[in-house]
Design a protein around this ligand. Structure first.
Ligand SMILES: *Cc1c(COP(=O)(O)O)cnc(C)c1O
Length: 226
């Protein structure tokens, strides 16, 4: 099941030159190993403790992506090895990531989360906050982070037209930034958008990286579905 789903997704994504980030949160190590044996080397997790435990137990050539809301006091646990932090939503968090990356003599790739959904609860910058932070000298001075793009989550709705508009809006912001002159520690290479329910729409709107969980590993139990 897992291997077949991966293969189908890889084929589909190849047509768009997009990357797959299989989201393995709440799933047991056996499931991740099954994906590993099928050739997958990237996993997305949204809880620090769970990510660290899995990284310790599983093969060392895995790229771990942190996709959830990251608390500053937990950055230190993932800083030694995390490959990409998808959802950075404040300068304070960037500063902490920079500090912990420096301690580990690393440069940690990050994506800035943009708020595109109508729901209030979702994290992220709006367009004007994004512009402000990108040009903030305090960000430019952080030499142990590299912002490599943007990440967004569409509204949790069945309204396809709405989801499409939200992704389109994020792509527009991404393209505008890409065409502008950016500080040396910022580059617009990756646009992380799309999950199991909406990744096809996201690909059509220009996503370069989709975060897909349940379509690969099956449904998660509701209590752990965060
Ligand atoms: C859980 C999660 C996903 C994957 O969700 P699915 O609907 O299972 O594909 C993607 N992105 C983030 C930020 C998540 O927390």
């Amino acid at each position: 099941m897992i291997a077949e789903s991966l293969k189908t997704l890889w084929e589909e994504l190849a047509l768009f030159n997009a990357k797959l980030v299989p989201v393995s949160k709440t799933k047991p190590n056996e499931d991740l190993l099954e994906a590993y044996k099928a050739g997958n080397r990237i996993f997305g997790e949204n809880k620090v403790q769970e990510l660290v435990a899995k990284a310790e137990a599983l093969p060392k050539d895995i790229e771990w992506h942190f996709i959830g809301h990251l608390q500053r006091n937990k950055v230190k646990y993932i800083a030694p090895f995390v490959s990409l932090i998808h959802a950075v939503d404040s300068l304070k968090l960037l500063k902490e990531i920079n500090k912990q990356a420096a301690k580990n003599s690393r440069i940690i790739p990050c994506l800035l989360q943009v708020h595109i959904a109508q729901e209030e609860a979702k994290f992220g910058f709006n367009a004007s906050e994004l512009k402000k932070i990108i040009n903030d000298p305090e960000l430019t001075a952080l030499h142990h982070i590299k912002i490599i793009g943007l990440m967004g989550m569409a509204t949790n709705t069945t309204n396809q037209a709405q989801i499409k508009e939200e992704f389109k809006g994020l792509k527009l912001i991404f393209d505008k930034l890409k065409q502008s002159t950016l500080p040396t520690n910022i580059e617009m290479a990756e646009l992380s958008m799309g999950m199991s329910g909406d990744y096809k729409l996201a690909l059509a709107e220009g996503s370069t990286m989709v975060r897909v969980g349940s379509s690969i590993f099956g449904l998660r139990s509701c209590a752990l579905n965060a």
